[in-house]
Design a binder for this molecule. Structure first.
Ligand code: PMP
Length: 358
């Protein structure tokens, strides 16, 4: 039996993907080698990386004016690559502070130029997305950086700010979980290990003209143009991670694409919030209008009960429910690969736990 893994990431992958990878593990398409043993310049991997990109373009509606890059170093390296490449000389960049990941992104950017925080919910413990209509984004900014889903706080943008400067979004924890318009963004990035595949690769979708900004002083491997010009193959890319990413793309297409997965994600999160709001026992610390459909955080009456909840859930085949160490509580991460059945199992457990301990 597979465990329902509610971990924030690395997170569970679709069982169909894991099974397929197992079948092909030691003999990829009759080569007598596993995919990870094959040259990244050979026909097998060339086909893999090309089809991952074309499936991603099809699923997200990515136009020709955008490049899709596969970069190592996780989302955290993008915290540095973004200002390094895109901060205009003598310019400034705007950041929205909606949680510890956005704060980390802003901190890194300060090394490369002036950072202006134009919106923050820090004063209310990051319990919401600051109201967008109060923002005053500056057209002269090099870019505006947001974190579309705050993995730790459990908040998510349900609409995006309209800005003249390029909008850059860290979508590590909600990429491809819903339909959106890529043209609204200058750059979208995400570490793969939540919604896309294994860790070891980050996806960067960048409007190609932005890559022309990079100062000459930036090293080759840290320049977006290198990834664009060499199709992410200037050096040896993480072939196995990209292969799994490809299997996840096929799985998403079979599911009916982003519209279909968005409906499932809405249903999963609504069912969980209904249980949380319906009981005095469970409590959501998040402003209802900002709640995440990926990371559902909630509290129990006290920390002892929270520890008991996590331990008993584990015995029932549900792991990873402990909230982030910086905030405590419970966090159910329900990315694309978490089936409705997993959420239903959690809900049954929550109801029973409340009956016994409430
Ligand atoms: N941004 C967000 C929103 C995240 O949730 C995480 C990881 N949990 C990161 C960035 C950092 O990602 P990585 O470990 O790939 O550097």
């Amino acid at each position: 039996m597979r465990t329902y893994n509610f971990s924030a990431g690395p997170a569970m992958l679709p069982t169909e993907v894991m099974e397929r990878a197992k079948e092909e593990f030691t003999d990829y398409k009759g080569t007598g080698c596993g995919l990870m043993e094959l040259s990244h310049r050979g026909p097998e991997f060339s086909e893999v990386i090309a089809s991952v990109e074309s499936d991603m373009r099809e699923l997200m509606g990515i136009g020709d004016d955008y490049a899709v890059c596969f970069v190592q170093g996780g989302a955290s390296m993008q915290f540095a690559m973004i200002p390094m490449n895109l901060m205009l000389p003598g310019g400034f960049a705007e950041y929205a502070d909606t949680g510890s990941w956005s704060a980390k992104a802003a901190k890194e950017a300060k090394t490369f130029g002036e950072v202006r925080t134009i919106a923050s919910s820090k004063d209310t413990n990051y319990d919401r997305i600051p109201v967008i209509r109060h923002w005053k984004p500056d057209a002269a900014a090099s870019y505006l950086h947001i974190t579309s889903n705050n993995t730790i706080a459990g908040t998510q943008y349900h609409s995006f700010p309209e800005v003249e400067a390029p909008l850059i979004a860290d979508m590590s924890s909600d990429i491809m979980s819903r339909k959106l318009n890529v043209d609204d963004f200058g750059l979208i990035y995400a570490g793969a290990q939540k919604n896309l595949g294994p860790s070891g690769v980050a996806v960067v979708i960048i409007r190609k003209d932005l890559a022309e900004r990079t100062p000459d002083s930036v090293p080759t491997m840290l320049r977006y143009a290198t990834y664009i010009e060499k199709q992410s193959m200037f050096n040896t890319p993480p072939t196995f991670a990209i292969y799994i990413l490809g299997l996840v793309m096929k799985w998403l297409k079979n599911k009916g694409g982003l519209k279909a997965i968005e409906e499932i994600n809405d249903a999963k999160s609504e069912a969980l919030y209904e249980v949380i709001d319906g009981a005095d026992f469970y409590r959501s610390p998040v402003d209802p209008a900002s709640r995440s459909r990926m990371n559902v955080v909630f509290r129990l009456p006290n920390e002892e009960l929270e520890a008991k909840f996590v331990a008993e859930a584990k015995k029932e085949g549900m792991s990873g429910l402990k909230g982030h160490r910086s905030v405590g509580g419970i966090r159910a991460s329900i990315y694309n690969a978490m089936p409705m059945k997993g959420v239903e199992t959690l809900i049954d457990f929550m109801n029973e736990f409340q009956r016994v301990n409430g």
